[in-house]
Design a protein around this ligand. Sequence first.
Ligand SMILES: Nc1ncnc2c1ncn2[C@@H]1O[C@H](COP(=O)(O)OP(=O)(O)O)[C@@H](O)[C@H]1O
Ligand SMILES: [Mg+2]
Length: 226
Amino acid sequence: MEKSVIVKAKGLEKIYGIGRSALRVLKGISFEIGKGEAISIVGPSGAGKSTLLNLIGCLDAFQAGSLAVMGREIANLSVEDLSGFRNRHVGFVFQFHNLLPEFTALENAMIPLMIRRVKRKEARQRALHLLERFNLAERAHHKPSELSGGECQRVAVARAIIGNPDLLLADEPTGNLDSANSLMLTDMLLSLGRDEGTTVVIVTHDRDIATRTGKTITLIDGKIEE
Ligand SMILES: Nc1ncnc2c1ncn2[C@@H]1O[C@H](COP(=O)(O)OP(=O)(O)O)[C@@H](O)[C@H]1O
Ligand SMILES: [Mg+2]
């Protein structure tokens, strides 16, 4: 049986701004990502990697072409539908963890479930379970400012996967970590893909990470290099 496609992009274009200041960042790119695949997106700074990841994660609009995620045409979804879709299907890990500073690790990890109106007790249990799995049980009640960079990123991964997303997207998630933490985090992300069938897309300029994913998309000046 043919592997099912989870992301399908055709002639995708992203333009920032309008008129004379318009900047065409993605210049008509086409690709497919299969369910359960692990993919890295590489390319020089400014090539459009984050822009592409944000589109795949339904965080931003595009100007031409088509993008289907899990068979849904993203351009056709309303703003409300999009945020619901993201909450159910997409987990995002950023370079700078983006945890909420006034909340503890546990509370940060619970957020996607609270948005889904899962009961607090259940959300708490699931978050605790994940924090334990990521060796963070002792840090559950600490705020991000009291955690190391590696610990914050692990909390960010817990938050990204607590809702069992189909797509786990990470934008230079190890950009701020030393090599030991970087390796640990990458292994975590990739093992989630293997164990749970989650599709994992990692933007990175770290060659070691790129060689660990099954497939690589190289983006140069807004185009995919074959
Ligand atoms: N919100 C924005 N408004 C205008 N230009 C942007 C915006 N975001 C990114 N850009 C520009 O788009 C290009 C690609 O950016 P980005 O996708 O962040 O590249 P990468 O992640 O590969 O470094 C850059 O020239 C950047 O300055
Ligand atoms: Mg970027």
